[in-house]
Structure formats: structure tokens, C-alpha cells
Design a protein around this ligand. Structure first.
Ligand SMILES: NC(=O)N[C@@H](CC(=O)O)C(=O)O
Ligand SMILES: [Zn+2]
Ligand SMILES: [Zn+2]
Length: 426
């Protein structure tokens, strides 16, 4: 089967491409990208004129909840949400039940991801057993079983020595350490950003400094060990400043920002909206602006969703009893396009953050690009089409998002994974 995508605007930062091109796919590989490829070369021609053609998006931060919390999400529904959002690869966090801290859980996730077959499911292994921060997980064996990084996401090892040992291992194994950088002793008991709003609402706060301190410590340990640290869901001005400085000093640090942190302020919490509760929390305008500028300047390498499904029942409780987290796979593209419309990013830079850079961060060379020979993972989208994010639209098992029933602009039309159409908008 030879599929020809005809007449789209191909934007591929990995080869500095932005213009009208045809893309020919054979089997699971891209064969060529040229100004004009004859229809006779293909067995199937798809007219994509007026649409953007991009390398498939790669989410560095997804919670798929399987094994163990399948009422929130499972690998199949999470994969469906991913491809509906234009993601052809997701890296899934280890805070499942049981925790992905040993090769048998890793193997289960890898096998189940392949069985579903809609997108790459790349597991992230835990740093410590049970995410307890005490004993190191079976990192070497998990690497053999297919993890692409280690992280105790949700938690952050309190013991710096433990983190140091993990970073030593990660460095020798050639994988990055994804940190949820937070001084949990400072943010303890908090449920939203700390400030005048948290005081008025009577909700205990989490100061941005908890994130700043965590980021500083984690980066210093990365510097000490020479490990590659990838700081997850950065939300504070201070943390971004620390990351920028560390990059200048040559520390191997990359980071991600979530669409919600560059879009929303803590005001979304008003009315005790538990669908605006996540960790780190939504912050004030100056922090949101700092996130946007960091993406623009390249201090922030990637946009990741931190897709964190929780059921309606779990979120339908008093604010302080609700779990942290919101879904994000199907809102990432329209929210990222807002940064393009507002002049923070070019389309090419946006795709760099959603595909090119993530592929480099996890060291996967055959994705994140439409160069001939790359895997045929392609996202085709209409940057202008508007839609309302109704429950029917949402492929995830959970609907915990502050964007529910909101109008969004920018829609995925076709997602191709390994040369096969895995999502097509009606
Ligand atoms: N982001 C969240 O608010 N929640 C995540 C954990 C995490 O990413 O820290 C979850 O697993 O629900
Ligand atoms: Zn986290
Ligand atoms: Zn997370």
C-alpha cells in the first residue's frame, strides 16, 4: 500500500520544511516528500489541501491509568484520545497500580500498547519502588523491557541521595530522568496556588517557591551526576529562570510546559471548580506569561499534556478532597495554536515543541520527522476549524477538563500511525 497525501502545507521542523508538498508513504515508512508526486505512484490518494501536515505529535507526559485504575482510563481509551488529539506516541507515567517499578509491569504496558496498536505507548519507569522515595526501582531491567525514561511523577523523592543514585544509573543507561520538581514539605496540605485568591476562597495554598526549590535541587543533582534531567510541567516563573540559567551553564536540562499552564490562571478555580485543580496548580498571570515567553525563547523545549484522567465521581466532591489532575490529549493542539495566533510561536516552533523536540528528549530517531525513512506517523490538522468539546467528542473515559463544552479552534482531521489511518474526523 502506497498512500499519497496531496497538496497540504507540510511543516516539518526536523528538516526546516514549511511549504506545499506531497508526502508519499509506503508500508510504515515515509518514502518521499516532494513538491509534486504523481498520483500513479500511489494506491491511495488523500487530498489534504488547505490542511497542515505535521510529523505525529509525541506526548512526553500521559497518565494511562492501566494497570489498576481502569475506571479512569485504560491503554485503549487513552490511545484513542491520543490519536484524536494528533498524538502518535505517548509516554505513560509510572503511577499505576501496581506501580511500573519492575520489568513485568513494563512488559505488560508495552504488550498492551502494541495490541491496541493505535499509537506508540512508551512506558516511563518509576525511580523508586512504589514511588515511595526509598529504594530504587529495577531501572536496568525496565530499560531492557522498554522504558524510555524514569520518573516518580506525582511524587518527588525527598531523599536527595536516592535521587542522586537514580541519576547515576540513568546516566549510565542513557535515559533521562523526568522530575516532578516540588518541595513537598513546603507545599504540603495545599490544594491551589498560594496567594490572595486562595486566602479569599479559604483553600490552603501551594507557593510557587515549592516548585522553585524542587527544581533547583533536582537540577543541582543533575549537574552533579551529569544525568539528563527533564523537568515536568513547569508552571512557575522562578523555576523557568533556574532552568534558563542551568541551560546557560551547560547542564543537561530540558523541560515541558502543559497547555493548561500557558493558558489558564488560578481564576479558573473560582466557584471551587475541581476540574481546574491539578499539580502544580494554575498560577497567576505573571507566571502564565513567563511560561509563554519560555516557550518562545526556547527555554521550554516541549509542550506535554500531563493528561491525568479522574472519574466524575472522584471530582464531584469538596475542592480539598478532589484529586489533582485534568485530561489534556484532545485540547493540546487548539490551545497550542492560540500561542501561534497570539504571536508567541510560529507554526513550525509549535510543531517543534509537540514532535521534533520530544523525539530527541526520549532519543527516538525514527519518529518526530517526515524525513524519508522515518516511521509514517503523521498528523493532519485544520488550524482554523472550530468545535465544541462536548462529552461525545471526548474519547477518554474521563471528562475532567475545564474546557468541557468550551469552543476551541484547531482540529485534528487525520492521524496516521505506522502508515495506517488510526483517526479520521467525520
Ligand atoms: N498532574 C496532576 O495533577 N496529577 C497527576 C500526577 C502528576 O502529574 O503529578 C495524576 O497522576 O493524577
Ligand atoms: Zn507531576
Ligand atoms: Zn503527571
Amino acid at each position: 500500500m502506497r498512500v499519497l497525501l496531496k497538496g497540504g502545507r507540510v511543516v516539518d521542523p526536523s528538516q526546516n520544511l514549511d511549504g506545499t508538498y506531497d508526502v508519499l508513504i509506503e508500508g510504515n515508512r515515509v518514502v518521499k516528500v516532494e513538491k509534486k508526486i504523481d498520483r500513479v505512484e500511489a494506491t491511495k490518494v488523500i487530498d489534504v489541501s488547505g490542511l497542515i501536515v505535521s510529523p505525529g505529535f509525541i506526548d512526553l507526559h500521559t497518565h494511562l491509568r492501566e494497570p489498576g485504575q481502569e475506571w479512569k482510563e485504560d491503554i485503549e481509551t487513552g490511545s484513542q484520545a491520543a490519536v484524536a488529539g494528533g498524538f502518535t506516541s505517548v509516554c505513560c507515567m509510572a503511577n499505576t497500580d501496581p506501580v511500573n517499578d519492575n520489568p513485568s509491569v513494563t512488559k505488560y504496558i508495552v504488550d498492551r500498547g502494541k495490541e491496541v496498536g493505535l499509537c506508540d505507548v512508551f512506558p516511563i519507569g518509576a525511580i523508586t519502588k512504589g514511588l515511595k522515595g526509598e529504594e530504587l526501582a529495577e531501572i536496568g531491567l525496565m530499560v531492557k523491557a522498554g522504558i524510555v525514561a524514569i520518573s516518580d511523577d506525582g511524587e518527588s523523592p525527598r531523599d536527595s541521595r536516592v535521587l542522586r543514585n537514580a541519576m547515576d544509573y540513568a546516566r549510565s543507561l542513557g535515559i533521562p530522568v523526568f522530575t516532578h520538581s516540588e518541595d513537598k514539605t513546603l507545599s504540603a496540605g495545599g490544594h491551589m496556588n498560594e496567594g490572595p485568591l486562595s486566602t479569599r476562597l479559604g483553600i490552603p495554598g501551594m507557593p510557587p517557591e515549592a516548585e522553585d526549590i524542587g527544581t533547583m535541587r533536582d537540577i543541582l543533582i543533575a549537574k552533579l551526576t551529569g544525568a539528563h534531567i527533564h523537568v515536568c510541567h513547569v508552571s512557575s516563573k522562578g523555576a523557568l529562570k533556574i532552568i534558563e540559567e542551568a541551560k546557560g551553564d551547560g547542564v543537561r536540562v530540558t523541560c515541558e510546559i502543559t497547555p493548561h499552564h500557558f493558558t489558564l490562571t488560578e481564576d479558573a478555580v473560582e466557584g471551587f471548580n475541581t476540574n481546574a485543580k491539578m499539580c502544580p496548580p494554575l498560577r497567576t498571570k505573571d507566571h502564565v506569561e513567563a511560561c509563554r515567553i519560555a516557550l518562545k525563547k526556547g527555554v521550554a523545549d516541549s509542550i506535554a499534556t500531563d493528561h491525568a484522567p479522574h472519574s466524575e465521581d472522584e471530582k464531584l466532591v469538596e475542592f480539598c478532597r478532589a484529586p489533582f489532575g485534568i485530561i489534556g490529549l484532545q485540547t493540546a493542539l487548539p490551545l497550542s495554536l492560540n500561542l501561534v495566533r497570539e504571536g508567541y510561536l510560529t507554526l513550525s516552533q509549535m510543531i517543534e515543541k509537540l514532535s521534533t523536540n520530544p523525539s530527541r528528549i526520549i532519543g527516538k530517531r525514527d519518529i518526530g520527522s517526515l524525513k524519508p525513512g522515518s516511521r509514517a506517523n503523521v498528523t493532519v490538522f485544520d488550524p482554523e476549524e472550530e468545535f465544541v468539546l462536548t462529552k461525545e467528542e471526548i474519547k477518554s473515559k474521563s471528562c475532567n477538563t475545564p474546557f468541557l463544552n468550551k469552543r476551541l479552534r484547531g482540529r485534528v482531521k487525520i492521524t496516521i500511525y505506522n502508515g495506517k489511518i488510526v483517526f479520521k474526523d467525520k
